[in-house]
Design a protein around this ligand. Structure first.
Ligand code: HEC
Length: 186
């Protein structure tokens, strides 16, 4: 019995190691091509971890909608131990339309169709120097629902930097909105 427990422990330890090692390989084989072009990971709602949600309820605001943020489950494990995003971490922010209507619970808002996806890919090796979509330790991309294969960002400096400055001290990520990273919800 004890031997089985030990074997299980060793296997678990080996798995954690293999997991951490393969995260970057997996990301750079599946979501980034050799020229640094980023693609949207598919169906993250089903298999990735939900980090948190934002709601911008002002119809006039640029970010009007539901913002749901996802990452790979391994990233949550590693971040909880190190407080850092590992190489190959991918953050997907999906923005959905606000639907509103009366429900049996009361007047409710809920998330409708996707409008855009924002994607960030952690790069600790400065892989794509000189590529405008790679800066400050991340790859940066933006896709519209009508054409999910085309990154419509004009590059980090033009499209992303101005708005992300408030998050510079936390690695360019608005971590305060992501309870999954910092505590275990019962
Ligand atoms: C209008 C301002 C604005 C612009 C432009 C913008 N962001 Fe953000 N982004 C934010 C804010 C604020 C948050 C967190 C709160 C929210 O979503 O309302 C955020 C969150 C994110 C997240 C979720 C992880 C995190 O950092 O908290 C990703 C991924 C992201 N942005 C990627 C991008 C990329 C890539 C670009 C450029 C193509 C970009 N953003 C441009 C303001 C902006």
């Amino acid at each position: 019995m004890r031997r089985i427990a030990l074997a299980g422990f060793l296997l678990a330890a080996a798995n954690i190691h293999a997991y951490a090692e393969s995260l970057d390989e997996h990301t750079y084989a599946n979501y980034v091509d050799k020229d640094g072009n980023i693609s949207i990971p598919v169906d993250v709602r089903k298999t990735w971890s939900h980090l948190g949600s934002w709601v911008v309820g002002d119809k006039q605001a640029p970010g009007y909608g539901f913002h749901d943020v996802y990452t790979q489950p391994e990233v949550v494990d590693i971040y909880r131990k190190t407080s850092e995003f590992p190489d190959g971490a991918v953050l997907v922010k999906e923005i959905r339309k606000v639907e509103e209507g009366s429900q049996t619970t009361g007047l409710a808002q809920w998330a409708g169709d996707v409008t855009v996806w924002f994607v960030m890919v952690k790069d600790r090796k400065e892989r794509f120097k000189g590529n405008g979509n790679w800066a400050e330790g991340w790859g940066w991309a933006l896709y519209e629902a009508k054409d999910p294969n085309t990154n419509v960002s004009k590059g980090f400096q033009v499209t992303c930097l101005g708005c992300h400055i408030p998050a510079k001290e936390t690695g360019w990520v608005f971590t305060k909105g992501y309870p999954t990273l910092i505590k275990t919800v019962p």
